[in-house]
Design a protein around this ligand. Sequence first.
Ligand code: DSN
Length: 433
Amino acid sequence: MSERYPHLKVDDPEVYDLIQRQAKQESTTLKMIASESYASIDVLEACGSIFTNKYCEGYPGARYYEGNEVTDALENLAIERGKTLFGCEHMNVQPYSGSPANAAVYRALLNPGDKVMGVPVSDGGHLTHGWKVSFSGKDYVQVPYRPNQETGRLNMDEVREIALRERPKMIWVGMSAYPFKLDYAAFAEIAQEVEAYLVADIAHINALIIAGVHPDPVPYCDVISSTSHKMLRGPRAGFIMSKVEDRYHAKYHENSKWNLAQLVDRGVFPTMQGGPHMHAVAAMATAFKFAQTEEFKNYGKQIVKNAQALCEELEALGRPIAGGGTETHLLLLDFRKNDFTGKDASQALAKCGIIANFNMVPGDTRSPSKTSGVRLGTPSLTSAGMKEGDMKKVAEWIDRVCANINNIDEVAPTIRAEIAEFCSGFKFPGIDE
Ligand code: DSN
């Protein structure tokens, strides 16, 4: 690990030590939380920059504070890079993260009490897609749709039937634990039929879209939200893309003077947020620059190759995968037939240096606090340079942990040491550079 943070080391050794401990954890274990990766060193530097000081409520050219010539240039740079990267008409880079971005989308498009189609959290959806404990399920009415309990896949005929029956005003497409490709074209047809806004949440899969290994939502969706961390490897922040024109202006916003892009911008500021986090915007601009490179596209492709290789190896070892495979960055180990739970497995994996999370699987009969699954993702391992051949080793460790759940404390030190030794053969971005 390179020597960094010389000032912090002297002035606040406690925080410095905690950073060192986290860096050690992230470079000696297998980070397999599907929503994590490694931010690049450039992103970390931009995130730690002087832009953290600046208040600039408003948008470039129309701020509520003086002295924003430089932040205007920065925000415009981030927007232009983002628009080029995704080929969208409009972009807002101010959301503090994914959930605030989604909150802004609701405020931009809907009124409290409106119906929203989304996948429940227990079926792989996100909290902000209308789940009952979130603002989105309290202020709006979720009309649920879910992957088939047998196949683990969405059935678009079923989605259409629900939309025709319920007539939602907005349809979310995008999940946190769905291993298959999403058919945005089919969603768009349904949305058009029922005159609903189609909103994609691509936080989990943005790099796959950039790499061309997942369908592109931009031609089909009114609005698209995302985080810039996760597999994009940027700062912990969010952004929103949209078309400029509101195709339902006459139906839903007849008395508004705003087009769709303006509705989105107003949904973010002043409706949901105050001053943007310009250090995060700086880091987002840097992440967007890197995401335009061939290196990044190859990373996006490799994420899927690694996930598929991992699936094959695990299945060969007799560990069932929900839905029988993956087309994305994640897979769900299916422990429905085992006498241990997903939570038992994720805790045992963590003891051995494989960091993941327990997760419901299709057809799960255990509670969400126990579950029958573990969600595994490959973005972090891919960022560190691991390839298909390495997934064989990873699968073998996972299998060993599962086989030793009942005596995990005995085997954990050995497996943990093997994994740490394995990790020492890789360079972890932001840590070993
Ligand atoms: N919390 C993220 C995940 O792990 O999927 C989603 O925002």
